[in-house]
Design a protein around this ligand. Sequence first.
Ligand code: GLP
Length: 244
Amino acid sequence: MKINVFENYEELSKEVSEFIIERVNNNKKMLLCFAGGDTPVLAYKNLVKAYEEGRVDFKDCKFVGLDEWVGLDENDLGSCKYLLYKEVFEPLKIKEENICFFDGKAKNLQKECKNMDMFIEKYGPIDLIVLGIGVNGHLGFNEPGVSFENYTHVVNLQDSTKVVGQKYFEDEKKLEKGITLGIRYILESDTPILIANGKKKSDAIKRLLEDEITENMPASALKLHNNSHIFLDKEATLKINLKK
Ligand code: GLP
């Protein structure tokens, strides 16, 4: 697990976007997975700018969603799908046939899982995954205690995720379950990258870096991967002792 620390969120986001651009320019047919959440938004905006400047093109890439709140879809401002379409797929002009995303309102969630597994089986393994981290250490919606062996699955959300998750919505939402790619996909991907910024993530980052590998800390799975990268800003490292 390679750890990169940057002065602030802007520098961190610039580095993340340049990292992605370099890889896509080396392999134009990547299967990419981008997290929702607040953390990667500036990196996504940088990607869009680079695309508009002609520095990168994603037209031959395929995309899968990382996770979604069960009960929400793209019509809910704040859903993962809404964010990814607004910040990434629409401005980068990604064709619908190149995207596989969860419908959180689907009646048959097992079918949603199966659709995702079939898409990844066809075009995978995933080349590059951009991840955020929950304050409880989750990756996607892989909550503490979830098996590292899972592929796509439906999860009961922890209270902290339900509470923190309200930040994405104007009106209070009933958040009970999530649908998510499992840790197994992250471990089977070529390059997983985790981004975290701000003091709010410093406890989770301390646990990730200092504690053992355990399913109680889902992000610790990244330590099992020999090409995982973590991009942090200084604030996220406040609680740890990084040897420079
Ligand atoms: C959310 C999402 C994750 C996201 C993480 C961090 O609940 N399910 O995909 O990466 O938690 O979110 P944020 O970047 O807003 O802190």
